[in-house]
Ligand binder design. Structure first.
Ligand code: SF4
Ligand code: SF4
Length: 253
């Protein structure tokens, strides 16, 4: 499949941000005083991924092992630049005010940041005229045609895996051990930017010392998920959006 694309400078992708950043990018963002949230989910884990299961291998790489009650889990942590309205760097003419040093996810949009996800133009923020067949080719058969974009995408995906030890150390340092059930929702931690920047620096320096296993708690807004987790002897709590939870499904009490 061939996808044609050119940016119309509509600015939609620079509003109401939820940008997944690498640790180094998050440190720069937080040091400038901009908010970052930790989004945390966890998968029950039954064993090493099969050699031919690329998605499971990727999930294994972007997570770290912990326990939830007696159940082994793997925890995924995202550092997300979270901003209501226009990005603090967006200029009035919809250009980026830090174009040369903008985060990788900004450079690659509208390509899909995560592997094993298919680009569906109708689900991206870009307007229909950005996808016209007379525009340059963005992708062929799921591969970016521009070598620089392809390299940036590869660098972003590599950072999401290389950062895992520092993210584990960060959770340990912050005393954070709550996770949403994977593919249902995230436990959300909101931090003052200065505190997060300090913790990220500390996590980088002390990650080996903060790699011990800890007990985690699942949080969910669905009674049925709570019952399923408790039946499996996992520590679990029913929470709401106000308790720091971002769910994909409506609450179920
Ligand atoms: S950093 Fe630049 S490209 Fe990224 S969201 Fe902000 S204004 Fe847009
Ligand atoms: S939403 Fe798409 S078309 Fe609009 S500024 Fe972002 S990349 Fe360009």
């Amino acid at each position: 499949m061939t996808v044609h694309f050119d940016c119309t400078m509509c600015g939609k992708c620079c509003h109401d941000l939820k940008l997944p950043l690498s640790v180094d990018e998050a440190l720069v963002w937080a040091e400038k005083g901009h908010p970052i949230k930790l989004l945390v989910e966890a998968l029950p884990w039954t064993g090493p991924p099969a050699e031919n299961d690329g998605k499971a291998i990727h999930d294994y790489g972007r997570t770290f092992p912990e326990m939830c009650g007696d159940i082994p889990i793997r925890v995924a942590v995202l550092l997300v630049a979270w901003h209501q309205g226009a990005c603090p760097y967006l200029l009035p003419d919809m250009r980026c005010g830090q174009y040369a040093v903008r985060p990788r996810v900004c450079r690659i949009y509208p390509l899909m940041a995560r592997p094993f996800e298919t680009l569906e133009p109708a689900k991206r923020l870009c307007p229909p005229e950005a996808w016209s067949a007379d525009l340059p080719v963005l992708m062929i058969n799921g591969e970016a045609t521009d070598p620089q974009s392809a390299q940036t995408l590869a660098d972003h995906r590599h950072a999401m895996i290389a950062d895992v030890p520092r993210l584990r150390a960060l959770c340990s340092l912050l005393g954070w051990s709550r996770a949403g059930f994977a593919n249902e929702g995230f436990a959300v931690m909101t931090l003052d930017p200065a505190r997060l920047a300090k913790a990220l620096r500390c996590a980088g320096e002390n990650r080996a010392a903060m790699s011990g296993m800890r007990n985690w708690t699942y949080v969910t807004n669905r009674q049925s998920t709570l019952a399923m987790l408790q039946a499996a002897d996992c520590d679990a709590q029913l929470v709401s959006q106000d308790d720091g939870y971002l769910g994909s499904f409506p609450p179920e009490r």
